[in-house]
Design a protein. Sequence first.
Length: 403
Amino acid sequence: MTRPDAVPLDGPRFQTEPARLYREMRRDHGAVVPVLLDGGVPAWLVLGYRELHQVTGDPVLFSRDSDLWNQWENIPADWPLLPMIGRRQPSILYTVGDRHRQRAAMISDALEAVDPFELRRHAERFADELIDALCTVGEADLVAQYAMLLPVRVLAWLYGFSDEEGPGLVTALNDMIDGRERALAGQSHLALSMAQLTADRRKEPAGDAVSRMLADDSGFSDEEITQDLMVMMAAGHQPTADWIGNSLRLMLTDDRFAASLFGGRRSVAEAMNEVLWEDTPTQNVAGRWAARDTHLGGRRVRAGDLLLLGLQGANSDPQVRTDASALTGGNNAHFSFGHGEHRCPFPAQEIAELIARTGIEVVLDRLPDIDLAVPAESLTRRPSPWLRGLTGLPVRFTPVPVL
């Protein structure tokens, strides 16, 4: 049953002022907030740090099995959030129990085998190519011309795609993740690309992550591998692109990180960590489903209810962030990579951090006098409650020659 006080999850304030919105939601509703998804579909948004820790740490009571959802009869076939909240998708996202642990190990092993020095070399190469395309002009949009192109270029190499396939994958991923009218078309393009790559590597293995996954002896089908590749690409590209963009914005607008722009590299890592706490790319995640009636944060949660993971809300929970103005330093106890057995695999976190940090450092090395080309307050975000990233980051700099 829909609650009369439920908060629509598609309002403009998720784009313009999410921090204030989460504070107001916590004030008015507590740690677990009734919300409405597209089409008036009810769910719970978990904003409390302790409550989110409880949900993500108990995979039996709060399951990843989307078949449990009590709203499927109300979901139309063209619902734009289906790419994010799918039913009977044979991917790691919706696998539970021992099979999930086997699958997570397969993916972790495939990613852990990536040579970090080779990965950084390719990340630098792609970053330099992108900077070469804009460095002689003296102005650029570092989101559209750089951040949105770099992670997928690196991941495409890591998985075994050709460089030429990167732009189409970027467009498809963005369409799918934004959850608007082109979401299903984006999902279809991504699925076809992954299926073709899997079929090619099944016939002719190579030294890439896909070939290592196919060589695993756990007995996963090509369809399951394809689905996992889609999850890995979506989870690896867009949040990393937004991590780069949000970190560069912070360095260009916050005096605490001014040293980053003039050769100081320690503050790059500090700015990146600050973003994971205060401006995390992955704001909210769908989700978990209650396996039985229970209570959470003073709310009565029914069996089959959908719980959305409010990562940014939990990161800013005043119960654990008593001094929200203080720099987070080396504190990594944020939820930005999730928690529990369905968290982002550790090798994937390391790959994302290496791509993002390399991308930022190449910008600072190649464009030493970079500055914002517009007032900071005019920067806008994509209209999504799920991922928080800039629509653009216009900058100016002294033109420099290509490498």
